[in-house]
Design a protein around this ligand. Structure first.
Ligand SMILES: Cc1ncc(COP(=O)(O)O)c(C=O)c1O
Length: 404
């Protein structure tokens, strides 16, 4: 019988005693663990349908691969400037200024090893022990770990499927304390698929104007993946008077199908970006030089390839949502963006970890338990899979529901 998904507590060993408190408290990423487990079961010959992955199943578009290959051949193989190739920083600044309506200069941009490193660096340079991060829940699972690594505490701002997983201005106002230092906004959201409207962002901005010490990080990594009828608004464009304390994190992974390239960016106030760059200079240095030329080709090209992939995600998201809503006991906010569905299945009477263990064991379906995102009532399904795979996953879920 395969081992359950639930990670075993680390065995005490003399080595564990040498770990720092920060490292000992760290939770490894459950989504990566589940994807790896599904892959392992497949290699053992099990019939597994995985809807757990958080990455596009498309190949990086050919012109982007070609640009990186050319750069490699042209000898872009050495250390580069820590903050990124000047042409790429400039292109990201131009993208933010023109496409997102956030006037940005290239020295306000740091090229990072994926959106993850942009977030990690930002948390490290903004937060001190005792500071508080305000985190709307459900949340992407790396935010709390990064906050804790910076010594900060996390205050969750909960929401649920019944109210569309929305953070309200009243909720934000009520949660702010003198220690509140950083608010995390992720729109479109992983895992819920919620997209904040311009009106909702304006209401949040009104609260922030009353609390000048509170900074905001906007994780916009799913900006291109929007269901019909929804638009992405950069918070700094909606509230330009707050731009000095709004930090944008974004990257190439989701929109351009470049997960393995590890390319993202942080943009915002010069002094903070410079501090994040100094941190990067003492940790990882520049992102792979020739890969940055692939990113440059991607970001300066028309968005045709991005739109084509986004259209496919729309078709899949719609299929997944309709299929889920037709299953008994499933409550779903029809996802407005990103490529996930996050249904509340608490009516089935199982906690999310037990449910995902049993789904994998009994019908060979790999999903991520909602507890990883701070909501034990839900499960996360990814639609970064073909229509056939989605149909297969839905059929397995229905079979499991019937067997309960
Ligand atoms: C909300 C969110 N932010 C950031 C990231 C990190 O992306 P990257 O691969 O660019 O580090 C992810 C990846 O899953 C994500 O879902």
């Amino acid at each position: 019988m395969p081992a359950p998904l639930t990670p075993a507590p680390p065995a005490p060993s003399p080595d564990a005693l040498t770990l720092s408190r920060r490292a000992a408290a760290l939770q490894p990423s459950l989504t990566l663990a589940i994807t790896a487990r599904a892959r392992q079961l497949r290699t053992e010959g099990r019939d597994v349908c995985s809807l757990s992955a958080g990455e596009p199943d498309f190949d990086t578009p050919a012109f982007i691969r070609a640009a990186a290959a050319e750069a490699l051949e042209a000898g872009h193989t050495r250390y580069g400037p820590v903050a990124g190739e000047p042409a790429l920083r400039q292109a990201i600044a131009a993208k933010l200024s023109e496409e997102n309506g956030v006037p940005t200069c290239s020295d306000q941009v740091l090229v990072t090893n994926g959106g993850k490193q942009a977030l990690y660096n930002l948390f490290q340079v903004l937060l001190d022990p005792g500071d508080e991060v305000l985190l709307p829940a459900p949340y992407w699972l790396s935010y709390p770990e990064m906050a804790h690594l910076a010594g900060a505490t996390v205050t969750l701002l909960p929401s649920d499927a019944a109210t569309g997983f929305r953070l309200t201005a009243e909720q934000l106002e009520a949660a702010i304390t003198p220690s509140s230092r950083l608010l995390v906004l992720n729109t479109p959201s992983n895992p819920t698929g919620m997209v904040l409207s311009r009106g909702e962002l304006e209401a949040l901005a009104a609260v922030l104007r009353r609390h000048p010490r509170l900074a905001v990080v906007c994780d916009e990594i799913y900006e291109f993946l929007l269901a019909p009828g929804h638009s992405h608004h950069s918070f700094a464009a909606v509230a330009p008077d707050l731009a000095e304390r709004i930090f944008i994190v974004n990257g190439f992974a989701k929109g351009w199908a470049m997960t393995g390239w590890r390319l993202g960016w942080l943009a915002g106030a010069r002094a903070v970006v410079a501090a994040a760059s100094a941190l990067q200079s003492q940790s990882t240095s520049n992102v792979c030089t020739f890969a940055q030329y692939g990113a440059l080709a991607a970001i300066t090209a028309p968005r045709d390839c991005v739109r084509e992939m986004a259209a496919q995600f729309n078709e899949r998201r719609a299929l997944l949502s309709q299929g889920l809503m037709a299953i008994e006991g499933v409550q779903l906010l029809a996802p407005e963006g990103a490529f996930y569905a996050f249904p509340d299945v608490s009516a089935w009477g199982l906690d999310s970890m037990t449910l995902c263990d049993r789904l994998l064991e009994e019908v060979g379906l790999a999903l991520v338990p909602g507890i990883a995102f701070g909501d034990d009532r839900c499960i996360r399904l990814s639609c970064a899979a073909s229509l056939d795979t989605l149909e297969d996953g839905l059929a397995r879920l229905r079979r499991f529901r019937t067997s309960l």
